[in-house]
Ligand binder design. Structure first.
Ligand SMILES: Nc1nc2c(c(=O)[nH]1)N[C@H]1C(S)=C(S)[C@@H](COP(=O)(O)O)O[C@H]1N2
Ligand SMILES: [Mo]
Length: 199
């Protein structure tokens, strides 16, 4: 196993406490999905990147796994009030993906697209951080299907609804658009230390 990058101290940028206000620490790992866990077919799966990029990407599962990757120790904060500390996530950082695709200067926002029809959006600046990852591994194992396998996004600096499970596409936008929960009144910025739960 390669080096572990510990980003559990990122809270220092946003607040005084590691546990954001109004959250309770849990040791389990609850599953929170708006619907059923979608089927994944390794042969048919492609991961697409499009929009404000120099090069559209359409990567097979094996091609995605060949991108430069790393393992990070991260906290996880669900907007419904639970937080899980010290998750080991393995995958590709968002800045690495952005570099491979060549994000253009007019990009300001990002939409994540998932196999279950889920979408979520974030400002580009919130994505261009080393701790925003497209992860296939959790605590040394392949990510389970219920937790978003084969591939999910993790955003330890944001509430976890920003972390699209079963992610299959990243769209770079020149104007902000709203994702599934964001259209339904949840915060676009979603900073847990400012308790940005609702818009
Ligand atoms: N595709 C997809 N991603 C999703 C969701 C979902 O319903 N579909 N739920 C979100 C919410 S609200 C949370 S809290 C986390 C939960 O991740 P977990 O089930 O691994 O705990 O996934 C987020 N990503
Ligand atoms: Mo959530």
């Amino acid at each position: 196993m390669s080096d572990l990058r510990d980003v559990t101290d990122l809270y220092e940028e946003f607040g005084d406490e590691r546990l954001p206000p109004g959250q309770t620490e849990t040791t389990g790992f609850p599953v929170l999905s708006k619907g059923a866990t979608p089927k994944f077919d390794r042969e048919d799966w492609t991961f697409d990147v499009w929009g404000a990029v120099d090069e559209r990407l359409a990567l097979s599962y094996d091609e995605f796994r060949d991108l430069p990757s790393e393992t990070q120790l991260q906290d996880f904060h669900c907007v419904t009030g639970w937080s899980r500390f010290d998750n080991e996530f393995t995958g590709v950082t968002f800045p690495t993906l952005a570099e491979v695709a060549g994000v253009t200067d007019d990009a300001v926002h990002v939409m994540f697209h998932s196999l279950d029809g889920y979408t979520t959006d974030l400002p580009l600046a919130a994505c261009m951080r080393e701790e925003t990852m497209l992860a296939w591994g959790h605590d040394g194992e392949d990510l389970s299907a219920d937790h978003g396998g084969p591939l999910r996004v993790v955003t330890p600096h944001r509430y976890a609804y920003k972390g699209a499970k079963w992610v299959e596409g990243v769209e770079f936008l020149t104007e902000p658009e709203r994702g599934y929960w964001e259209k339904r009144g949840y915060s676009v910025s979603a900073n847990p230390w400012a308790e940005e739960r609702y818009a």
